[in-house]
Design a protein around this ligand. Structure first.
Ligand code: NAD
Length: 539
């Protein structure tokens, strides 16, 4: 009998390991893990009801920076496997939801420990080679953020479960935080191993079971994540891992009567198409499905003329070009006052000239390759539109080379038209567009920034004038769900900056906070009257 009332203590964010001392043990261990991943081609099966399934219908996982190098062969799900995954999730549901939440959370707490102490190098190396991240970017994602999600969500859950309604001497009121009725469909993007971890474990923590469609271009790290969860004790069928074609999998999942919700991160286009399919099947479902999606961004850096030039330049280089600009939060448009433009431009170009790009195994490379040929083509298309326009000038970069890997130079585009296509549309690559505004049009340009793109994810304001912050914060109220003062618009930390945006950027259910976990609950209120009335009359 376990009758303890247990509270998970408030965690602290996982410490970032430094791999940049090239004579250190950490550096050597990460290099060893990279070599191991490089030389051992693996097979990635489906995992349904805890069992590995090799379907024989296969695809390959390659390195973005050496695209001829095959890291893994993965097996694709057929419609029959999708139905098996749904059945497995439904079968596992009863026992999983009835398990005390502390027992469920303990599994995720163990997974965090396993990653922190035993599998850190493996998961980082898989993210580096599989998704094309440098050592620092992999460490803050596949190690630190994954661990933070796992630990902080347990803490947030303990607060949710202890949140109870008022009662009095005559009445006992309780709220039971049931999971949703049915299974949850999770779809993860390629760009963060941590998002794949959170999309699944946040849902499962609250007693739900899951059918997970991972991104084909993040399969290596996602498969290891799945194995780590199993080692941590995740029971069979709680999370079912089915790589394959998204549209085919969705076709079956979204027309199933037990579909109870979707936890999605990816592009706005994909999310809208999923939402449309869900609405078409509304009469099929037993409940109204919960639809949670974090999607695209067109994130801005807005500079006031009181800002510090060096701080702005560092934020632009990191914010726009870390991970080749493939973060939903990456700075992709900037508004610079005329009076600072000359000095910002000179310093920005000087700094970018020092940026090294290449293979992830060489830790001196700040930038690596973009994820795949499709991304390479899309980004180069935007660069070429800028190259051929009279409204845009390429100030730096603009070249791509996909001979060995999908490499694109960090590219700065100065636009004369603030509505130029690269100021409005998400490019999702290393392209930063800049509009220079007259200093006396600060307020007017803030309104322009607010109205320019359909997104509302992240943004930064650089200033040293407090009135400028206040004005920008007010005018840009709905332009970003995560707003930064004097910092780049990327790098939200679990527990510190709950993450998400609205408008075209998603449902803003704030990953990394209790707000997201609440979406995966279906509360039931139980009232007990201690001495019920025995007569219906009021007098
Ligand atoms: P994507 O939309 O191409 O793919 C996301 C996932 O959806 C992948 O697993 C993909 O296979 C799957 N998919 C595509 N069509 C599908 C369908 N019909 N049914 C089911 N699954 C389907 O996005 P991506 O290229 O992986 O990621 C980049 C996008 O994600 C960018 O737009 C970026 O801004 C966004 N993103 C947003 C956040 C955020 O928190 N707001 C975080 C990371 C990425």
């Amino acid at each position: 009998m376990n009758n303890a009332i247990y509270h998970f203590r408030k965690p602290v964010n996982e410490t970032v390991v430094n791999y940049y001392r090239f004579d250190s043990e950490e550096y050597r261990k990460l290099q060893d893990a990279l070599k191991q991943i490089e030389s051992n081609k693996i097979e990635i099966p489906l995992i349904i009801d805890g069992k590995e399934i090799y379907t024989g219908n296969t695809g390959v996982v390659t390195m973005p920076h050496r695209h001829q190098h095959i890291l893994a062969v993965y097996h694709k799900a057929s419609s029959q496997h999708v139905l098996m995954a749904i059945e497995a999730a439904n079968k596992a549901k009863q026992a999983w939801m009835e398990l005390s939440w502390v027992e469920r959370a303990s599994i995720f707490q163990k997974a965090a420990e396993l990653i922190s102490k035993r599998y850190r190098y493996l998961l980082n190396a898989a993210t580096m080679h599989g998704q094309g991240k440098n050592a620092y970017q992999a460490e803050i994602d596949a190690a630190c953020e994954v661990i933070d999600y796992l630990r902080f969500n347990n803490y947030f859950a303990s607060k949710i479960y202890s949140e109870q309604p008022l009662g009095n001497d005559e009445v006992i009121n309780r709220v039971e935080y049931r999971p949703l009725e049915g299974f949850i469909y999770t779809i993860s993007p390629f760009n963060f191993t941590a998002i794949a971890a959170n999309l699944n474990t946040s849902v499962a923590l609250m007693g739900n079971t899951v059918v997970w469609k991972p991104s084909t271009t993040a399969l290596l790290s996602n498969y290891y994540l799945m194995k780590i969860l199993k080692e941590a004790g995740l029971p069979d069928g709680v999370i079912n891992f089915i790589p394959g074609a998204g549209s085919e999998i969705s076709h079956i999942v979204l027309s199933h009567s037990d579909f109870a919700g979707i936890h999605f991160t990816g592009s706005t286009h994909t999310f809208k198409s999923l939402w449309r399919q869900i609405s078409e099947h509304l009469d099929t479902y037993k409940s109204y499905p919960k639809i949670v999606g974090e999607t695209g961004g067109k994130d801005f850096v807005f500079v006031h003329n009181s800002a510090n030039v060096d701080e702005v330049v560092a934020a632009l280089v990191r914010g726009a070009f870390e991970y080749q600009g493939q973060k939903c939060s990456a700075a992709s448009r900037a508004y610079i006052p005329q009076s600072l433009w000359k000095s910002i431009k000179e310093k920005l170009i000087d700094e970018l000239a020092t940026v090294k790009m290449g293979d992830v195994s060489d830790f001196t490379n700040f930038m690596n390759a973009v994820i795949d040929q499709e991304a390479f083509n899309r980004i180069m298309r935007y660069i070429n539109i800028a190259r051929n326009s009279t409204e845009a000038t390429i100030l730096f970069g603009g070249n791509g080379n996909n001979t060995t890997g999908y490499f694109i130079e960090p590219t700065i585009v100065q636009v004369s038209n603030p509505h130029f296509v690269t100021m409005e549309e998400e490019i999702f690559g290393p392209v930063l567009s800049i509009f220079v505004y007259p200093d006396d049009k600060f307020e007017e340009t803030l309104h322009l920034c607010d109205k320019t793109s359909p997104y509302g994810l992240t943004g930064s304001i650089f200033a040293n004038d407090r009135y400028a912050f206040v004005k920008a914060c007010r005018i840009l109220r709905f332009a970003a769900g995560n707003l930064y003062y004097n910092d780049k618009p990327t790098g939200a930390m679990v527990g510190q900056q709950p993450f998400g945006g609205s408008r075209g950027s998603g449902t803003n259910d704030k990953a990394g906070s209790h707000l997201n976990l609440l979406r995966w609950t279906n509360p039931r209120t139980i009232k007990e009257t201690l001495l019920p009335v025995k007569d219906y009359r009021y007098y």
